[in-house]
Structure formats: structure tokens, C-alpha cells
Ligand binder design. Sequence first.
Ligand code: C2E
Ligand code: MG
Ligand code: MG
Length: 562
Amino acid sequence: MKGKRAPLFEVKKTILVVDDEPINRAILSAILSEDFNVLEAEDGKEAIDILLKEEHKIDLVLLDIFMPYDGRLVLKDRQENPQLKKIPFIVCTSDKNIEEECFHLGVNDFVKKPYENPDIIVARIKRMIELYEDRSILKEVEREKLTNFYNREFFKKYAQQFDALCPDLGKDLLAISVNRFRLINELYGRAFGDKVLLAISAALNRYLETYRGIVGKDGGSTFIIYGEHRDDYEDLTEQLTSAVNDVVEDVGVSIRMGVYPLVDPAVDKEIAISRTESTADSVSGDYSKKIAIYNEEKQAKTLHKEELVESFQQALDEEQFKLFFQPKYNITGDKPAFASAEVLVRWISPKFGFVNPGEFINLFEENGLISQLDSYIFEKAAEYMASWKKKYGVLVPISVNLSRIDIYRPTIVEDIIRYVDSNNIPRSAYYIEVTESAFVEDAKEVIPVINKIRDNGFKIEIDDFGSGYSSFGTLIDLPFDVLKIDMQIIRSMDRNPKVRDIIKMIVNLSKTMNAVTVAEGVETAEQCAFLKESGCDVVQGYYFSKPLPPEDFEKLIEKELK
Ligand code: C2E
Ligand code: MG
Ligand code: MG
């Protein structure tokens, strides 16, 4: 038969048998199992549960009336649920009197108990399913018009049956799309677009003559395939590409494919399909790459990120973000002297535990949430300073980290002024750290804002200096008071003696610019001694202290005051 595929496996309809008597269920199963998939429920409640969970899977319900959670209650539930109304119900009863009541409750037919001729029951059920499918206004069309492949809903249903029928066969999900299909449609017309899709569809039909599987397609340009596992799909993409090129000739049409290998049948089909589709979409901008393989680990990471983003607002409202303080020490005198501290945020989440900024700062920068977080941190930092001033009579200078995203908030300068002034803190004790790469990469936007902050009396630190490739020339134009040498540079001085010369150069450069030099990530006495010898003013790092929660940091202040 041209244009029609031979079915790769017989698609059976599914019947839910609801009866509290095991013997009745057994009899019905025996009668039906050759022609149908049979599911069983032992009372009305279980029936409703199954129906709600598997509603798209069930084609007809055979319902007993007298049982715990009466059949009539099930019928009432069904009347209230438009999805369940799409499924025909046949009542099995020996009680003639109940029939009228059941009719009013929307029952479609009756079968008499005790069960007589099995063939008649099967025929009645088949007829009812057909009738219902034809008659229903809400009838879903099984196949997509153009290609005759299953639509998404039916594809999922048949994929489940494929699992049930071939449980030991490893299966892959594929999603195949035409790159820039919308544009192709617009440029060359719908008929041309259809020609492309039909070429793919013909190639897939040929493919399915060799490999077991089913194909689904929705209105768009994506084909989904659930087929037996293969290690490699190069040949399939080649076949598809050449099939398309045969019919469209001059126009360059390319395809992309996402592969979700050896799908666990327990994974919901909709979820599995959308994972496969997004895998395919991950190569949509890169026409040199046709195939992308779904990667569970990558997916888990993406999911985790999404969860972090989703939890952000609540975390902020519930004050799950905590300020930690890492002390900085002045090393210009005989003994290191406690000088100030850097505020580093920590997320202490009831759901994720202790989360370090490395996990969420970039993420929150990507979606702009960082701006809200930094506002919160900036304000809290000023409040802490005020509280220590009151409690201990000392002013501990604090530096906060400003994200490059904060620069784009029009009120950023006014906001910082408000946080600090409202707490009666001198602005000159409030330092703002800006990473070097922000200065270099977004110079046009960053420099004017930083200038404004600085003109208002705040101190500016260039953070991570030496990691952002600013040239000495550009440094002259940068507004800053403190130069903070990047941790990686400090670390590599142990391995490479030349780095020591570089550090000396940076310190001299900083002095030339009348800036204070800070070294961060200082972990050993040797590093500290070398930095002192080189003329570095301040150090920060595990050698002195890790970032501390406020209680511990207060203890440190108390100790220093003694
Ligand atoms: P950063 O500003 O360069 O902060 C220094 C990082 O080095 C901190 O990591 C600190 O815990 C760590 N560190 C300090 N001393 C040592 C040491 O001796 N050895 C080692 N191995 N590490 C040390 P953390 O707290 O994970 O912060 C990472 C980055 O996240 C920060 O780098 C900063 O760029 C960003 N960040 C932290 N808090 C905030 C915040 O409130 N707002 C914004 N926008 N960014 C923040
Ligand atoms: Mg910093
Ligand atoms: Mg840094």
C-alpha cells in the first residue's frame, strides 16, 4: 500500500475493568485480553485514581455498580470532568432497575451479568469505542494530516504500548527538525515547506522498514521517533539530508537531530520528548553540527539552576542570604593589624543547604536577579557597620562586591548613598569592589557610574586585578583607590618565581597610581612575608581567616579591641 505504513506492532485499545469481585475481573480479563489491553481496579476510588492518571491511555471503562465507592459515584465524578467524559462507560449489572438511573448518569451501554457470549461482549465494546471516536465532538485526530504520522498525544500513547509490548528492547527518542523552517516557509511558500517535510517523512518511512519504531509529528517541523536503540545516527541524518536535497535542489535546507538514548520507560513521555526536543534545539544555531545527544548530567545541572532561580524570591524574603565577613590585615607595620573586611554572600537554604556564591552569582547575573541581591547585601552591610559602631565604638571599614549588572540600574548611585547615609556611616569607610574584567569589557558603561560613586565619597577597589587583561594604559583612566591582586597570581608565585617579579611590578604600579595594594587568597606565611617585602599594604586570605559568619566576626572584633 503506497503512502500507508504497515503497523510495526498491533495497537490495542485499553479497557479499564472496575469490579470489587476478583472472580468477575478475572472472567472479563480472560474474555478481553486477546483483543485489548486490560487494566483493573477493585473499587470506584481506585478507578477514579487510574482514570485521572492515565486518562489518555484508556479507551473504555467496564463498570460494576455495587462495590465500595459505588459505580454511580464514579459516574457522577465523570460528569464533572470533561476529560473523563470523552471516555465511554459500559455498566455491567444484573439489576434491571438500575439501568434507568445509570442512563441519566450518562452511561453508554450495558452488559448483563452473568457474562454470556464473550464474542458479543467484545463486539459491543469495539463498536462502542468506534462509535465514540466517530461521534465525539472533542474527538482527537490520531494522525497529522500532511505526513500521516501520529500526532503528539497518540504518539505518547503508542510509545507506552511499545514499551509494554517490547519491555526488553532498549529504545531511543529522536527529535528531528528542519533548521530555519519558518523562514523557508516565508521565503519559498508553504507548498515548498510541505515538500521538505514530505521528503523527510518518506525517508523516515524507509528507515522504519529496517528498524522498529513509531513516528509522531505535530503541526510544526519537528518529527519525533521512538525506535529501537542504535549507537549511531550518522547514516539516518545523511539519508534525511540527501532526501531533502533531492527534492529542493538549489535551496540549502539542513536538519538537526536530538537523541535521547535508552530512555527509561518510567520517565513521563512528555518530559522525555521535550528533553529530546531541547537537545535538538541546542544545535539549532550551529549548522555544522547535526546531532546532539541528551546528557543527563547536563540536564540535572540545568534543572538545579532553574530550581535555584525559582527559589530566589522566597530566599530573599526569608533572609536566607547571609553576609559573611573576611577580615583584611594591614602588613605595613611590625605586626599585621586588623584593618577592614570584605562582605561575601552565602546562601543558607533549607532546600539546598549551604550554597557558595560560585554556584549562584553568575546565574543571578544572567537573569538580572543579582541586582536585588546586591541591594539587600549593600544595605545589610551598612546596618552591620552601624551596629558595630554602636556596640564597640569602632568603625570597621567594609567592602562589598558590585556586579557589572548593578551598573545598569539607573538608581544605583542614589541607592548606595541612601543605604550608607541612612545608617550614619562615613562614605569613605564604604568600599566598592568592581572586578577588573567589568572595567575592561564594559568600560563605556562602567567608568562613568564608578566615577559618580567615587565622586560621592565612596572608595573603589579593582577586584581580581591581573585576571582581566587591562593594559597599563587603560589603568590610568580608571577611577580607583585600591588595587586588589588576583588570587591566581598569588597562588602561582609558589610555582613560578617570575610571578614574584610581576607582583612587584603590580605593587609599584599601584603606588604610582596612589592606590593601596591588597593581596587576596593569601594562604601561607611565605606568601605573606614576600608580599610585605614587596611593599603590598594589605592581605586577605585563609592564612589569617576564612570568611566568618557575623557572630564569629564580632568575636574577632572583640579580640582585636582587647
Ligand atoms: P571575590 O570578590 O574575588 O572574593 C574572594 C573569594 O576568594 C571568596 O570566595 C573568598 O571566600 C575566597 N577566598 C578568600 N581567601 C581565600 C584563600 O585564602 N584561599 C582560597 N582558595 N579562597 C579564598 P567566595 O566567597 O566563594 O566568592 C566568590 C566570588 O563571588 C567573589 O569573588 C565575588 O566576585 C562574588 N561575590 C561574593 N559575594 C558577592 C556579593 O554579595 N555580590 C556580588 N555581586 N558578588 C559576590
Ligand atoms: Mg571581592
Ligand atoms: Mg577577588
